[in-house]
Design a protein around this ligand. Structure first.
Ligand SMILES: [Zn+2]
Length: 568
């Protein structure tokens, strides 16, 4: 390919609409253009990268006994009604009607579709395990699509579904996919971590997220520097912190005028924040009030809380709803709320002694609160959000925190969908059983964006070689100089013949413009053909990632280029 023929309209300025670096750089590098909010056209450079990622994914899915299929994007409502998800999926589902007024959706995911596909064909345990996958567009009607390809309304996903005869088989399929995902992200040249994850709305027992590490990422992950424990902050388990033994004093009220935050209370009563109990009030999707209590210096993990009370969604409670429980906003306590009010207390709070908590009265707190004695009837569990330095749940070492972008996720589903959709088979004893499932997704377009979030500098993108739109670019410094251009053509042909995915920048632009574009688009290797090449045969190789240059002889530049690319 020659740059003069390549449709890659680069921009000098960053478009105002772009907030994150991957979005900015993809627009500037002429890789994508916006069609509508969260909907993009992929131009040739982006499409080349996407196809490379897809190819790696495809090879690893095939190697793990996956079989590729293509299911429809347009899905009838009735299969979603069978599982009940038509009603609960909410506003994020793109819904459409056909001319006969029948309901359809644009697939946000394919559990219903694939399960109804196999329920009609799979009859016997002999047909299992079965692993089916596809790579196609998915749809989600984001309320506020943003961050370019990071949170679009149309995006490319690989999704694989496994069907097994029992739980042991499902766990084997899960492990196979876990290993395949590890190979996919390794082959893509990305720094990543598989982390234990919350299953969210999809249900099931096991889940890992494959997180591409990037400081700009939306996911917080914790990891242990000593053992291999790693988890999303939503999932990270925490051990109860035992409070030191002390003599229990009787519960008492204390006036705390104007102290409506934990810091003010601690200050006013001259106690450390670790001796205070913080309350946060939520309302579920059914408007039920949930009062959550954590230590003053801790935060509530809303995902854990949501799971603990079996809610689908939580929002901050309105003052009127808090008062209806007998609670006082800003001064809440489990002591004195109406019977039947849902109270969830973090396990670490339950171990506290002689602490400070609200008294359900404005400007009043309780002192000498010992929850094990004073908080009767509360649900006690781990609802605390992890923070850096918390002990590793496996080995106790202080945890470290980093950020990343979730690019893949593996789940076990069990029989949730097969039972709802009556997808059964006959086992070895002729007994009818539901298929045992798992599902495994990779955001293909998201992986491209994540790679840019991980690899960039002030000049542009730094691609790993495996997924760069081109591995190398040959740049004649002055393409108007026939000797330089013809030497560049020769080098380009030689590299191409050697199997390198190479581009020739044959534009009659100034060298500076071509160098800037090469850095912006981020080809891992630049081969420069200048006057020195014509005069004395010196060919310059420059590595995008490090900026390092080396001069080669015509007889060894090719071997050197190949060797360098191996490392990029
Ligand atoms: Zn550890």
């Amino acid at each position: 390919m020659r740059t003069s023929q390549l449709y890659a309209p680069t921009l000098r300025e960053t478009p105002a609409e772009a907030e994150v670096v991957s979005h900015k750089l993809m627009l500037r590098a002429g890789m994508i253009r916006k069609a509508a909010g969260g909907v993009y056209t992929y131009l040739p450079l982006a499409w080349r990268t996407l196809r490379k990622i897809e190819q790696i994914v495809r090879e690893e899915m095939d190697a793990a006994d996956g079989q590729e299929i293509a299911m429809p994007i347009l899905q009838p409502a009735d299969i979603w009604q069978e599982t009940g998800r038509w009603a609960v999926y909410g506003e994020e589902m793109f819904r459409v009607k056909d001319r006969h007024d029948r309901d359809f959706c644009l697939g946000p995911t394919h559990e219903e579709m694939v399960t109804t596909l196999v329920r009609d064909e799979v009859r016997s345990y002999k047909q299992l395990p079965l692993l089916l996958y596809q790579i196609q567009n998915k749809y989600r009607d984001e309320i506020r699509p943003r961050f370019g390809l990071m949170r679009g309304r149309e995006f490319i996903m690989k999704d694989l579904y496994s069907f097994d005869k029992d739980e042991a088989g499902m766990n084997e399929s899960y492990q196979k996919m876990y290993d395949a995902y590890t190979r996919v992200f390794t082959r893509c040249g990305l720094k990543f971590r598989p982390v234990e994850a919350d299953n969210g709305a999809i249900g099931g027992a096991h889940s890992h997220e494959f997180t591409v590490l990037a400081e700009s990422g939306e996911s917080n992950i914790v990891y242990c520097p000593k053992c291999d424990y790693a988890a999303s902050d939503e999932k990270a388990e925490l051990k109860t912190i035992e409070a030191p033994a002390e003599e229990l004093r009787p519960l008492e009220k204390a006036a705390t005028p104007g102290a409506h935050t934990i810091e003010l209370v601690a200050d006013y009563l001259r106690v450390p924040v670790e001796k205070t109990i913080k309350a946060v009030a939520y309302q579920t999707e059914k408007d039920e009030v949930v009062l959550a209590f954590v230590r003053g210096d801790h935060e509530v993990n809303e995902v854990k809380l949501q799971n603990a009370v079996g809610a689908i969604a939580l929002r901050m409670a309105e003052d009127a709803a808090i008062r209806a429980t007998g609670g006082e906003p800003g001064f809440m306590s489990p002591i004195g709320v109406k019977e039947g009010t849902k109270v969830v207390v973090d396990a670490t709070v339950m171990a506290m002694k002689n602490a400070v908590a609200g008294a359900n009265e404005a400007d009043v707190h309780y002192i000498n609160v010992t929850p094990a004695r004073d908080f009767a009837g509360a649900l006690v569990t781990d609802i605390r959000l992890v923070k850096e330095g918390d002990p590793c749940p496996r080995c106790g070492e202080p945890l470290k925190m980093t950020r990343g972008i979730e690019a893949g996720q593996v789940f076990t589903l069990g029989t949730k969908y097969s039972e709802a959709l009556h997808a059964t088979f006959l086992d070895e004893n002729g007994k009818e059983k539901p298929l045992v499932m798992g599902c495994y997704g990779i955001g293909v377009s998201r992986t491209m964006a994540a790679a840019i979030e991980q690899g960039n500098d002030k000049d542009g993108i730094i691609w790993p070689r495996a997924i760069a739109p081109f591995e190398a670019v040959v740049v004649p410094v002055n393409a108007k100089e026939p000797a330089q251009l013809s030497l560049a053509e020769k080098v380009y042909e030689e590299m191409k013949a050697a199997g390198i995915d190479v581009l020739l920048d044959d534009r009659k632009e100034r060298a500076g413009v071509k160098f800037k574009d090469a850095d912006l688009i981020g080809y891992p290797l630049r081969v420069t053909i200048g006057p020195k090449a014509v005069e004395s045969g010196v060919i310059e190789l420059r590595v995008r990632r490090t900026g390092e240059k080396e001069e080669c002889r015509p007889e060894d530049y090719l071997a050197r280029a190949k060797a360098l690319l191996e490392t990029l």
